[in-house]
Write a protein that binds this ligand. Structure first.
Ligand SMILES: NC(=O)c1ccc[n+]([C@@H]2O[C@H](COP(=O)([O-])OP(=O)(O)OC[C@H]3O[C@@H](n4cnc5c(N)ncnc54)[C@H](OP(=O)(O)O)[C@@H]3O)[C@@H](O)[C@H]2O)c1
Length: 290
């Protein structure tokens, strides 16, 4: 892409506001999901996203695209401190002694010397090594290899056990969440413990969410798209969505949710879309992800 074109994109990119995590670090209110991009796709899409205003990039060892994300970021010519990089440790690397080499591999593939946020991808309660893993994350944070530490797909019972056995709760929990699967009980628990809620599948991938007639009606009234209404619902609810898109048009569409608002009535209508049915069907109480 020509320098003029990227400059035009940068000049018109929306300013993504930020939350402050319990540990004092800031996190953008919306980010880019990268699953299931491979290295080549991530390398091409990540700069397109950064030029359009994305600063938070979400990856994981198990996505197999950390190298591509790192290459893509090198094409952007943006200071490292302006970016917010998240990765996740897979189940096979849980336990004492295996976290550090796994994290070093992640840093090397991404081409950075620290992560902004490092998550335990799944609790894997059957394997039952998430408490030792959490202690290793605390050490990595204390050594400066990661700024903030959190988890993904943890239930309150897992979070309470971390606090009981290590004295520390995560600052963030990344979970499946969208208007048809609102996780209200978990969100109330998060609020009580000052854990920020981050949403994966925020657009309800694998569901019929974006084809809902209710959503279409709100979108028509707002002069927006159904996806924008859903992402604005997340932002207005204090949730950090990380929508994935490999289309430059949809990248621009998805980040344009900061300069307008849903009415209270529209928020209430969206609240009523909850069905309680997960799109993925994964239950963190039993799911084992290696
Ligand atoms: N922690 C975990 O266990 C976990 C699990 C799953 C995902 N994640 C993370 O969360 C991210 C997002 O979740 P997700 O990818 O499952 O679901 P998602 O972001 O809800 O949906 C992505 C799908 O929606 C399409 N899409 C994007 N923008 C759209 C728009 N404006 N209008 C219509 N369709 C649109 C995308 O297609 P196009 O690409 O063609 O636009 C893609 O098929 C992942 O990429 C990953 O980083 C984490």
């Amino acid at each position: 892409m020509s320098d003029d074109k990227t400059k035009d994109l940068r000049d018109t990119a929306p300013d993504v506001t930020r939350h402050v995590l319990r540990d004092g670090h800031e996190i953008p209110q919306l980010g880019l999901g990268t699953y299931p991009m491979d290295d080549a796709e991530a390398e091409a899409i990540v700069p397109e996203a950064v030029w359009r205003g994305y600063r938070l990039i979400d990856t994981a060892v198990n996505y197999g695209n950390e190298r591509g994300v790192g290459e893509g970021l090198r094409h952007c010519d943006i200071p490292r401190e302006d970016l917010f990089l998240t990765s996740k440790i897979p189940g096979r690397d849980h336990g004492t002694g295996s976290v550090r080499p796994s994290l070093e591999g992640t840093l090397q593939r991404l081409g950075t010397d620290y992560l902004d946020l490092y998550l335990i991808h799944w609790p894997n309660p059957g394997t039952d090594r998430y408490v030792q893993t959490w202690r290793e994350l605390m050490t990595a944070r204390d050594e400066g290899l990661v700024r903030s530490i959190g988890v993904s797909n943890f239930l309150p019972e897992h979070l309470l056990r971390l606090e009981r056995e290590t004295g520390e709760m995560p600052v963030l929990n990344q979970v499946e969440l969208h208007p048809q699967y609102q996780q209200e009980t978990l969100r109330a628990f998060h609020e009580e413990h000052r854990i920020l809620t981050q949403a994966w599948s925020p657009l309800g991938r694998k569901t019929d969410l974006l084809r809902s007639e209710w959503l279409a009606e709100i979108a028509r009234k707002q002069g927006r798209t159904p996806a924008q209404v859903v992402l604005r619902w997340h932002v207005q609810s204090g949730i950090v969505p990380i929508p994935k898109s490999s289309s430059t048009e949809r990248l621009a569409e998805n980040i344009d949710v900061f300069e307008w608002e849903l009415t209270n009535e529209q928020m209430e209508r969206l609240r009523m879309m909850h069905t309680g049915i997960s799109g993925s069907g994964f239950d963190p109480a039993v799911h084992e992800e290696m």
